[in-house]
Design a protein around this ligand. Sequence first.
Ligand code: NAP
Length: 242
Amino acid sequence: MFEGKTVIITGASRGIGRAVALNFAQLKANVVINYNSNEPVNLYGEFDRYNYSYTSVKADISIAGDAERLVSHAKQHFGSVDILINNAGITKDSLIMRMPEKDFCDVININLKGTFNTIKYASSIMLKQRSGVIINISSVSGLTGNAGQANYAASKAGVIGLTKSVARELASRNIRCNAIAPGFIDTSMTSPLSSNIKDSLLKSIPLNRFGTVDDVANACIFLAQNNYITGQVISIDGGMYM
Ligand code: NAP
């Protein structure tokens, strides 16, 4: 389905990004795996086992020079940059009164500025190609706000504004940009939450289950394929936000 297409996935070492990378590889895309601190050696093993086409780049997307190197490596290695999935993200939760300024800035720098950085460099290649797909992973927290997540919710709400601006700016060049707002997905980001918090979260999910990484990966594939959707925020949350 994506034969000959190059997809960059930021934060693909684990969790949602890892699943997105594997799903695109299964559909024959050339996959650029980005990580920052944990080299995903077992993921390379999985790619090698099935002979999937991939390369990997260590890059901190919050640093403009790293984001530029990531994108130019993809272009040099595979010849094009067709799909960019901005998935890398962190949380540093605490109540606003106790939140250190550094924790606010770190989360904004990675989740929001990092997304801007990769879009800036990838879109210059996509503009020359006159085609491209950008998918940004936001969050239900960016839609509703969340106590204890002022930094994270602000970053993810910012990602939505960024998505809509990019969609408007680049639509005339056949570049689409959409966001996905996952609800609660079972990954290392959410596993530290206490069972009390998980129980109360479950009560707020009409479909009565937590999401899987493949639920989000499937939405990425749908958005990459459908060429008449741009500027949208798709909730993958079991009905949490409706
Ligand atoms: P995760 O398991 O904690 O994985 C986060 C990924 O981001 C890792 O691959 C990590 O790489 C990478 N990363 C962190 N900082 C980076 C940086 N500066 N540069 C490049 N990569 C960096 O998280 P997840 O649950 O899969 O979440 C993925 C995305 O979905 C995030 O944007 C998150 O906010 C969003 N989301 C998640 C949920 C959920 O319930 N899980 C809900 C809504 C939205 P290293 O391992 O190398 O550090």
